[in-house]
Design a protein around this ligand. Sequence first.
Ligand SMILES: CC(C)(COP(=O)(O)OP(=O)(O)OC[C@H]1O[C@@H](n2cnc3c(N)ncnc32)[C@H](O)[C@@H]1OP(=O)(O)O)[C@@H](O)C(=O)NCCC(=O)NCCS
Length: 247
Amino acid sequence: MASSSLPGPPQAPPPASAKVKVKTTWPTIPPNTDRKPIRTERLLLRPITATDVEAIYQLRTQPEVMLWTLLGTVDKDVDESRAFIERFLSPKDLKTFNFAVVYLGDDDKSENADGVLIGTAGVHKILPESGWAEAGYMFRKEYWNKGLATEAMRALTKAWWALARTEIELEVDAASVEKRGEKSEGGVMQVPEILTALIETSNIGSQRVLEKAGFKEYKTWTEPDSRAGFEGRTATLVLFLLEAPDS
Ligand SMILES: CC(C)(COP(=O)(O)OP(=O)(O)OC[C@H]1O[C@@H](n2cnc3c(N)ncnc32)[C@H](O)[C@@H]1OP(=O)(O)O)[C@@H](O)C(=O)NCCC(=O)NCCS
């Protein structure tokens, strides 16, 4: 997420969202070692490894990319990139479903084609504001506006929904349920699982990616901008949701 509106006085954080307990499903996320790489027309999505640190550092030192993250600033050294990667390595891989995105080019369709790591895409956390899983992505600026993030997200969400699932009870943002026409009739309501994504309202490119991957906007609010260099400003955030297929 990121970018800001006009400078203004610091504001209090927004009031906590109303929560509701629901019955839904949750995936069993396989460890990196058991994940099959996901092949698309031009990309390979494969588990992130510790040896990706240099390539991730290259990605995360592009100011144009990092502007749109919660931090808003580039990694100051390779150790910060290593800390980022560790969020997706064992044993944390069981809680996240994030991938290195490798560009294989438009021509080489072989499974073993060499490629360059151009970004990351996947489910990188459970979003505290909503209770649901959150998807995210970032791509090297040289590769923007070629449809690659959309290609990655379509494949990633397909793989996400294909994971085995179990029934769980979850406390989620009430708006994520009400906006889908679900009504509580006493007891805990059963709702189809969703995947969410959070953007800053001026991140038009990211918004387009979500729309093209089938996500729908469901909630907007303004809060103090969290990014370095944007102190005293506000950011307007938009939550998107993607419903499980056939729900
Ligand atoms: C957001 C990001 C992943 C998009 O990647 P990408 O590979 O360029 O995305 P795609 O090419 O699949 O789609 C981008 C779409 O946005 C459109 N777009 C991009 N910038 C735009 C702008 N300023 N105004 C209007 N449309 C814009 C493109 O035209 C394209 O839409 P189209 O296919 O309808 O023409 C990439 O810009 C990025 O990594 N940004 C920095 C990190 C980031 O913002 N991550 C997401 C945080 S929520």
